[in-house]
Write a protein that binds this ligand. Structure first.
Ligand code: SF4
Length: 306
């Protein structure tokens, strides 16, 4: 069984106290059983803090967020994690260890990627110059074969990504070609979509404010950022076709994400890499990281597909 990741993956590291949108603020973090058991009996002052600041009666247990900002009780005033500082990274629960990583599971491999809701991941992925490839991180020697369905999926995804990475053509041409392969749909006006997304569950009012600025203009994203965004969205979401989602809808979602970012970037007061990453981070947090919102968008796309 192999562990496979996009080529930028090994270059990731959390920027901790430099992070402006820490994943330790505003998210209720569930603690896996094994770690909860360990935290319940931890000794010393940190153990006392664990017993006071974790809701063990909840299923699953979770950290009790603090104040209006909803900070993790172990995020100190310097923006660092007291559990890591006191007990080391190995003491983290599974979600804290994993974030912002996500995984897709197949018969012969697990694919691991970096979610764009993390600003450090967004900067790494969008700023990656070379065309992304998949690299082997490890192989436990267990030989399993992909199913026929998975082989079809891999072949389709490889062919769509190859179209997107053909840098001899403008990205818009590549995107239209990619969509024509799967019979997807591309929306030429982002304003109705901005209105639709505003009606979904919202985490941060900044997202609503950004959606309100969407007009009829689109701005081509600089360098290879648009290609990297498209490739990321396909790598992450196209595997859902193995769970029964329509590949045309999933590819259309990737294009919708790209086009929406182009529209948001066009109406943004700032036009630099940092503000682009921030728009992508917002999109990812609000849509990709809310299953409810994500599937509402899929349904809306599906209802518009021919
Ligand atoms: S969002 Fe990313 S960079 Fe920020 S604290 Fe979390 S993992 Fe680190």
């Amino acid at each position: 069984m192999k562990l496979i990741a996009p080529s930028y993956y090994p270059a990731f590291s959390c920027i901790a106290d430099q992070c402006r949108h820490s994943c330790c603020i505003g998210w209720e973090i569930d603690i896996d059983d094994k770690t909860a058991q360990c935290y319940r009996t931890f000794s010393g002052k940190i153990g006392d803090r664990m017993r006071t600041n974790i809701d063990f009666s909840a299923d699953p247990p979770h950290f009790i967020l603090q104040g209006a900002e909803e900070r993790c009780p172990f995020l100190n005033e310097r923006g660092l994690c007291d559990i890591i500082l006191t007990c080391g990274e190995d003491a983290l629960c599974q979600i804290c260890t994993d974030h912002p990583r996500f995984r897709n599971f197949f018969s012969d491999r697990t694919e691991i990627g970096l979610g764009l809701c993390c600003e450090a991941a967004a900067a790494l992925v969008l700023g990656w110059e070379a065309a992304v490839t998949m690299i082997d991180l490890s192989d436990n020697g267990e030989n399993t074969e992909p199913t026929e369905e998975e082989q079809t999926f891999f072949a389709l995804r490889d062919s769509l990504i190859a179209v997107l990475q053909n840098r001899e053509q403008p990205l818009d041409v590549r995107i239209d070609k990619m969509l024509s392969v799967v019979g997807g749909v591309r929306f030429d006006d982002m304003r109705p979509w901005a209105e639709f997304l505003s009606g979904l569950e919202i985490l941060d009012a900044v997202w609503t404010a950004a959606l309100e600025t969407v007009g009829d203009e689109m701005e081509v994203l600089p360098g290879h950022t648009g290609e990297q965004l498209m490739v990321y969205l396909l790598m992450r979401h196209l595997p859902k076709m193995l769970d029964g989602e329509d590949p045309a809808t999933l590819a259309s979602f990737a294009v919708l994400g790209y086009d929406l970012i182009c529209a948001l970037y066009a109406s943004s007061p700032e036009h630099d890499f940092v503000s682009l990453c921030e728009l992508v981070r917002l999109f990812s947090s609000e849509i990709e990281y809310s299953e409810e919102n994500l599937y509402a968008v899929f349904d809306e796309i599906a209802s518009s597909c021919p």
